[in-house]
Design a protein around this ligand. Structure first.
Ligand SMILES: [Zn+2]
Ligand SMILES: [Zn+2]
Length: 174
């Protein structure tokens, strides 16, 4: 592990892969291209750039898939979280914003891949809205929400010494 102090940290949902970045990410963007949609299983890929030398995998290994000759997409082989997009020979890589521990700090400044943007993308922010809790109350799945909270296997949004916890407790019980 590096002795440098991370600027930000992140990792996959299951915690098998953790990473650190040692410089402020740049070029915060979302990519609507069809390959990013497929790779992320979403409407777009939210990404920031980090110089190769400022990115370090601090736990586990990032599995990769070459989506084209020169583009390598990195993900967690255990849980599937999309983590990186690397263009062969580049001095930087793209890191998925949602995998960072503090994604709200990484506000996108530009959108690309407009040819594939969902035609109703601009309408999404105006959809009827609920919190998880208020939806649970309205639609009657509060019991399920309690089970999710009590058996949450998602890695917390900070580095951990060992994961999963050796004693089997959840983060909110520690
Ligand atoms: Zn994982
Ligand atoms: Zn793309």
């Amino acid at each position: 592990m590096s002795k440098r102090t991370p600027v930000m940290t992140g990792g996959c949902q299951c915690g098998a892969v953790r990473f650190a970045v040692y410089a402020e990410p740049y070029n915060h963007h979302i990519c609507h291209c069809r390959m990013c949609q497929k790779a992320f299983g979403g409407f777009f890929a939210p990404l920031v750039n980090v110089k190769n030398e400022d990115f370090e995998v601090t736990r586990g290994t990032i599995a990769t898939f070459h989506s084209s000759r020169d583009v390598e997409r990195g993900f967690c082989a255990a849980c599937g979280t999309p983590l990186t997009v690397f263009d062969d020979g580049s001095d930087h890589l793209n890191v998925s914003i949602g995998s960072f521990d503090e994604p709200a700090r990484l506000k996108p400044g530009i959108q690309i891949g407009m040819e594939s943007r969902m035609p109703w993308f601009a309408e999404l922010a105006g959809l009827p809205a609920d919190t998880t809790q208020s939806a649970g109350e309205k639609d009657g799945f509060l019991d399920e929400l309690a089970v999710i909270a009590a058996t949450n296997h998602q890695h917390p949004d900070h580095d951990t010494e060992t994961w999963p916890p050796a004693d089997g407790t959840q983060e909110d019980e520690r």
